[in-house]
Design a binder for this molecule. Structure first.
Ligand code: TXA
Ligand code: MG
Length: 340
């Protein structure tokens, strides 16, 4: 199948809407990462997503809607869920709610709940409206690769597998949405993202974080969010995260490790870039928000450059730092050390 990569102009968005209506897949931008969309109510179309990504069948998809009212036909919306929609939609918050029978089993991977989100991206919203149906969309990467944050990444992974990719430029957030279960009494973050625990608690009074967010699953333990149990992106190179508040120690540790490895690369905060003269070093920006925006793209670059040792400075897990460290820790198979 030939893949068209087109700028997200109105006529191309209209074409995307038609393709979705006819059961085909479309790659499209959201504010978090690019999505791989299909009509969420068409079981056969949704099956094509799992095939195109090579995604395990037991990993449920997020259903994208253009406004809060459109969630009503898909799931039971509690008053807490409605408050969260009013506060954060459109935006990078996925709400896991009790599903209605309209959502096919394949979309929710057989669960009794469904994740729904209204993305804050004009192209995504226009595409959902053009399709006239809710759009199931995981991140548009091949399973096991970093999520795509620009149209070129989608093309790398999906060329010849889907008919259309809409190019809407680089994603502003860069890590996937916060996944929040609101099926119980207290909301629980299953996957951290741009919308933080504190921001959610300001609306709901309370918000917990699933304790598997910052550690690997134990042998035989079941994941609160099925996506967390699957192997996540592991770069070809061996990756280690160096933590620490004492910058001198962080620099010394990164340098020592760099010099004792072959074909290594350092990823560090912008202010430390000059501390590694003559070494291969890339910037993670000045804040966790900056790092969120560039992390997946840098990890793809590490593979393209065939780097064998990736030495990456971490962030504190406060605020968006939790989402960044959750993704980094998985890429590094939880190899995290304290600088000394
Ligand atoms: O930002 C995002 O969320 C992006 C864009 C495209 O919207 N989408 C995305 O989808 O990251 P995906 O499929 O790559 O990740 C969905 C995550 C998985 O970890 C999945 O297990 C979890 O959400 N999830 C979806 N439905 C769920 C449910 N009913 N219960 C628990 N976890 C659920
Ligand atoms: Mg994904």
């Amino acid at each position: 199948m030939h893949t068209q990569l087109l700028p997200a102009l109105p006529e191309h968005i209209a074409l995307g809407g038609k393709l979705l209506q006819s059961g085909q897949l479309v790659g499209f931008p959201t504010e978090t990462v690019y999505g791989l969309g299909a009509n969420a109510l068409d079981a056969e179309a949704v099956r094509q997503i799992f095939i195109a990504k090579g995604r395990p069948q037991d990993n449920p998809l997020i259903v994208h809607v253009a406004c809060p009212d459109d969630a009503e036909s898909l799931c039971h919306v509690s008053s807490t869920a409605r408050k969260l929609m009013d506060a954060f939609w459109p935006g990078p918050l996925t709400l896991v709610m009790p599903k209605k029978a309209t959502v096919p089993e394949v979309t929710s991977a057989g669960l009794s709940s469904v994740g729904v989100r209204c993305p804050a991206h004009p192209v995504a919203l226009a595409l959902i409206r053009a399709a006239g149906v809710p759009v199931a969309a995981p991140s548009a990467n091949t399973s096991g690769r970093p999520s795509p944050t620009c149209a070129r990444h989608v093309y790398e992974d999906m060329q010849n597998r889907i008919p259309l990719i809409l190019d809407g430029g680089d994603c502003q957030v860069g890590v996937e949405s916060t996944v929040l279960s609101v099926t119980g009494d207290t909301p629980v973050i299953l996957r951290p993202g741009k919308v933080t625990q504190l921001e959610i608690a300001q609306v709901t009074g309370k918000c917990l974080i699933a304790d598997s967010v910052m550690r690997p699953l134990r042998e035989g333990e079941s994941a609160p969010s099925p996506g967390m149990k699957h192997r996540h992106y592991a770069p070809r190179g061996n990756m280690t995260i160096v933590q620490g508040t004492d910058e001198k120690k962080v620099v010394a540790t990164l340098k020592r490790m760099y010099l004792s490895s072959e074909n290594a690369c350092i990823l560090c905060h912008e202010n430390l870039l000059a501390a590694f003269p003559g070494m291969r070093v890339f910037s993670l920006g000045n804040s966790p928000e900056d790092t969120a925006r560039v992390l997946f793209s840098l990890l793809r670059d590490m593979d393209a450059l065939k780097i064998s040792r990736i030495l990456c400075q971490g962030w504190d897990t406060g605020g968006v730092g939790l989402a960044v460290m959750n993704r980094m820790a998985r890429a590094a198979s939880f190899d995290i050390i304290e600088a000394e």
